[in-house]
Design a binder for this molecule. Structure first.
Ligand code: FMN
Length: 360
C-alpha cells in the first residue's frame, strides 16, 4: 500500500474525525497497528490559522511520517494557500475533505456539500494539486457516495479527480443526505475502485476484523478506514491488521494494558491541550474506553465531576485496578456501539464545558 512516494505498513487506516483524531490519538492508533492516519480537518480560512484550535491541529511534533493533513474549504485559491501553509508546517500529504458534513466556511458548506457542485469541486482539486505537485506532496481526497440517493456522483467525480492528479480516494459508503443514518453501502465504493487506477479506500461501519475483511472483499478496495469503532478502542487496528494478515483473531487486550494505554493517552492529551481544556476534552475519550465495561456507565458520570488531571488519572487508575481484580482481559463483548455524527458521543454534561474549554 503506497500513497505517492510513501509506503505504508498496512492497509488499515484511521478515519479523520474532528475532535477525536488529534495528534495523541493518531499516534496511539499508529503505535497499535494503524497503517495510516489523517489529521482532523484544518480550515482554509486564513483568519483562523492562528486560532488555538487550528494551531493545535497543525502541530505535528513527534508524529510518525507520513504526516497527512486534511483541509476543508470552498474556495480554490484559499484551499491551495491552505495546502501550502500546511506543507510549510510539516504536512507530507494533503487530503481534501469532501467527506464530512463540515461546517460553513465563508457562508458556504464545505466538506461533502462540495459534491453537489462538481465544477467547483474539480476547481478545488486542480488548485490544490497545482500547489502541492511542485513541492512533491501527494494529494488525496475523502468523499461520500454522493449528495443524495438520487445523485450518487462519486464515480463521476472520482474519475475527474484521478485525472486531475489525486493519488488516493477514500469513499464513505453514505450520501451526504444520510448523515450517519442507515447502513453504509459498498456497491458505489466497489464501482469507484473498479474504475480507478489509484488506490481506493473503503470507509463506513467497519467495526471488527471480520467486517474489515468482508468490506475489502466486497469492494476490492486497497484499504479500509475505521472511524467511530476505534473511539476508545485504538487496539482495534492491530486486531484488524492481524486478522487480515493471518486469518486468526487476537485475544482482547489485557485490562492492565488498556489501563496503561489510557493513562499514557491522557498524559499526551494534557500536554497538547493544557490542564483545563485537557481534562474536559479527555472525558469523552475516557467515556469511550469504559463503555460496555462493568461499572463503566456510572464511572462516566463521575468523570464529569473531576476537574484536575491528577484526580482524573487517579480515578482511571482505580477503575482499571478494580476491573483487573475481576478479569484479566477485556470481555470480547465490551465493544463500544458506534456513536453518531460529530460530537454525538460526548457526555451531555461535557457539552456545557465545551464552550469554556474551546476558548481556553
Ligand atoms: C466525530 C466525527 C468527526 C468527523 N470528522 C471528520 C473530518 O474532520 N473529516 C472527514 O473527512 N470526515 C470526518 N468524519 C467522518 C469519518 O471520517 C468517517 O467517514 C465516518 O465516521 C464513517 O466511518 P465509520 O463508520 O468508520 O465511523 C467524522 C466522523 C465523526 C463521527
Amino acid at each position: 500500500m503506497q500513497i505517492g512516494q510513501y509506503v505504508l505498513p498496512n492497509n488499515v487506516f484511521v478515519a479523520p474525525m474532528a475532535g477525536v483524531t488529534d495528534r495523541p490519538f493518531r499516534q496511539l492508533c499508529k503505535r497499535l497497528g494503524a497503517g495510516y492516519a489523517v489529521s482532523e480537518m484544518v480550515t482554509s480560512r486564513r483568519d483562523l490559522w492562528d486560532s488555538l484550535k487550528t494551531s493545535r491541529r497543525a502541530d505535528h511534533t513527534g508524529e510518525a511520517a507520513p504526516i497527512a493533513v486534511q483541509i476543508a474549504g470552498t474556495d480554490a485559491p484559499m484551499m491551495a494557500a491552505a495546502a501550502a501553509y500546511n506543507i510549510e508546517r510539516g504536512a507530507q500529504i494533503i487530503d481534501i475533505n469532501m467527506g464530512c458534513p463540515a461546517k460553513k466556511v465563508c457562508n458556504k458548506w464545505a466538506g461533502s456539500a462540495l459534491m453537489q457542485d462538481e465544477a467547483l469541486a474539480l476547481q478545488i482539486v486542480e488548485a490544490v494539486v497545482a500547489a502541492c505537485a511542485p513541492r512533491g506532496v501527494p494529494v488525496t481526497l475523502k468523499m461520500r457516495t454522493g449528495w443524495c440517493q438520487s445523485n450518487k456522483n462519486a464515480l463521476t467525480l472520482a474519475r475527474a479527480f484521478e485525472s486531475a492528479g489525486v493519488q488516493m480516494i477514500a469513499v464513505h459508503g453514505r450520501t451526504r443526505e444520510q448523515g450517519y443514518k442507515g447502513e453504509a453501502e459498498y456497491d458505489t465504493v466497489a464501482s469507484v475502485k473498479a474504475a480507478l487506477s489509484i488506490p481506493v479506500v473503503a470507509n463506513g461501519d467497519v467495526d471488527s476484523p471480520h467486517k474489515a475483511r468482508e468490506v475489502l472483499m466486497r469492494t476490492g478496495a486497497d484499504a479500509v478506514m475505521i472511524g467511530r469503532a476505534a473511539q476508545g478502542r485504538p487496539w482495534l487496528f492491530r486486531e484488524v491488521a492481524h486478522f487480515l494478515a493471518t486469518g486468526t483473531l487476537l485475544a482482547p487486550p489485557l485490562v492492565g494494558e488498556v489501563a496503561r494505554l489510557l493513562l499514557d493517552h491522557l498524559l499526551d492529551h494534557y500536554s497538547l491541550y493544557g490542564e483545563f481544556t485537557g481534562v474536559r476534552t479527555a472525558r469523552k475519550h475516557i467515556g469511550w474506553y469504559v463503555r460496555g465495561l462493568p461499572g463503566g456507565e456510572a464511572f462516566r458520570g463521575r468523570m464529569n465531576t473531576l476537574e484536575s488531571p491528577e484526580a482524573q488519572l487517579a480515578a482511571v487508575g482505580d477503575f482499571f485496578t478494580d476491573l483487573g481484580g475481576r478479569m484479566d482481559r477485556l470481555p470480547a463483548s465490551a465493544q463500544p456501539e458506534r456513536g453518531g455524527a460529530e460530537g454525538d458521543a460526548r457526555p451531555a454534561s461535557d457539552n456545557q464545558e465545551k464552550q469554556k474549554a474551546a476558548s481556553a
